[in-house]
Design a protein around this ligand. Structure first.
Ligand SMILES: [Zn+2]
Length: 294
C-alpha cells in the first residue's frame, strides 16, 4: 500500500481545492503519540525497507515477548485474526483520524514459542479487551509477540501509522517524539512504584532519577526502563535510608545527601493513577522513601 507520487500529488491537489490554503496537511493530524510498547524496546528507521511483499510499511519495535502494547492515542480497537502474514493483529482508529496497525501480537501460551494460543483477549489482546472497545491513550491493547510471518524470529511489534486512515506514513519521527509511559494501570485505581536507578539531580524539593527499572503495586509487575529521566517530588516527610554516615534515618533528611550517580530505589507515596502519573510527568510522583544501595 505504498503511496505513489501520483497518488500523493492527487491527494494534495484535492486538499488544496477543497480545504483552502489554511488547512493542515494530513500528516499534521497525527498527534503526539504514547509510545506503543511499555518498557525496554528498540527500533530503527526501517520504513520502506525491502520485504518479501514490497516495501516495509511500518517500524519493527523489538521488545520482550509479552511486553504490553499500548494505545498510541485514544480511539477504538478492531481485532483482525485472519491474516496469515500479520498473525494476531489490531487496528486502532484514533480520535485524530489516524489509524494505527499493531501486527504480530502474541500467540504463545508460555514464554517459549509454542504457537498454542489464538488471537483472543488475554493472549494476543489485552485482558478483558473487546473487539470494538473504546480505549484511552496508553491503555494496554495487546501483548508483543511473533505471530504470523514473524514466527520464530525475535518478538516485535510491527507498528504502522496511517494519517487520516490513508497510506502508511513512516512511524519513526512520531515514535521519536512519543511519550513513554513508566507503568500501566487502570486510571482511578491506587498505585505505588519502586523506581530503581541513579540520582541524576537532587535540589530543592525535587529528585531527578535516571531510572533503570520500574516495579509497580498492586501486582508487582517489573519493567525495565533504561534511560528514563523521572522527576520525583521529595516532601519533608520522605525518608532516606541506607546512607553511610547519615545515622540511619534522619527526621528531616535533605536532598543534598543524594549525590549525583548514587544508586537508589525510590518508593513513591500511594497515589491515584492518572495519565500524568503513568507518564511520570513533573509533579505527579512523590517519594515516601529513598533507599540508597551499598
Ligand atoms: Zn515489520
Amino acid at each position: 500500500m505504498s503511496l505513489r507520487p501520483t497518488t500523493a500529488l492527487l491527494a494534495l491537489l484535492a486538499l488544496l481545492l477543497t480545504a483552502g490554503a489554511a488547512s493542515a496537511s494530513p500528516a499534521a493530524k497525527v498527534p503526539t503519540l504514547v509510545f506503543p510498547v511499555l518498557g525496554e524496546s528498540s527500533y530503527q528507521d526501517d520504513f520502506g525497507d525491502a520485504r518479501g511483499q514490497g516495501g516495509h510499511q511500518g517500524n519493527d519495535i523489538m521488545a520482550p515477548r509479552n511486553a504490553l502494547a499500548l494505545a498510541a492515542e485514544a480511539g477504538t480497537v478492531k481485532f483482525h485474526t485472519t491474516s496469515s502474514r500479520a498473525g494476531c493483529m489490531l487496528y486502532l482508529d484514533g480520535a485524530s483520524g489516524t489509524q494505527y496497525l499493531y501486527i504480530h501480537l502474541n500467540n504463545d501460551l508460555t514464554e517459549a514459542n509454542d504457537n498454542r494460543g489464538t488471537c483472543v483477549a488475554g493472549v494476543a489482546y489485552a485482558k478483558g479487551l473487546r473487539n470494538g472497545a473504546k480505549v484511552a491513550a496508553g491503555q494496554p491493547v495487546g501483548f508483543v509477540g511473533d505471530s504470523g510471518d514473524a514466527n520464530g524470529i525475535n518478538p516485535h511489534l510491527h507498528f504502522e501509522v496511517h494519517p487520516s486512515g490513508g497510506g502508511a506514513a513512516n512511524p519513526f519521527p512520531y515514535l521519536g517524539k512519543a511519550r513513554r509511559l513508566l507503568f500501566s494501570a487502570q486510571p482511578g485505581t491506587t498505585f505505588t512504584l519502586a523506581l530503581t536507578g541513579k540520582v541524576a539531580n537532587a535540589a530543592g524539593e525535587e529528585l531527578q532519577l535516571n531510572v533503570d527499572q520500574v516495579r509497580q503495586w498492586p501486582g508487582g509487575r517489573k519493567v525495565k526502563q533504561p534511560g528514563q529521566r523521572v522527576p520525583v517530588v521529595f516532601p519533608e516527610t520522605a525518608l532516606i535510608e541506607g546512607l553511610a554516615g547519615a545515622a540511619g534515618l534522619s527526621p528531616f533528611p535533605t536532598l543534598d545527601l543524594l549525590t549525583r550517580g548514587l544508586p537508589v530505589t525510590v518508593w513513591t507515596e500511594p497515589a491515584t493513577v492518572t495519565f500524568a502519573a503513568l507518564a511520570g510527568t513533573k509533579g505527579a510522583l512523590a517519594a515516601s522513601r529513598v533507599v540508597v544501595k551499598p
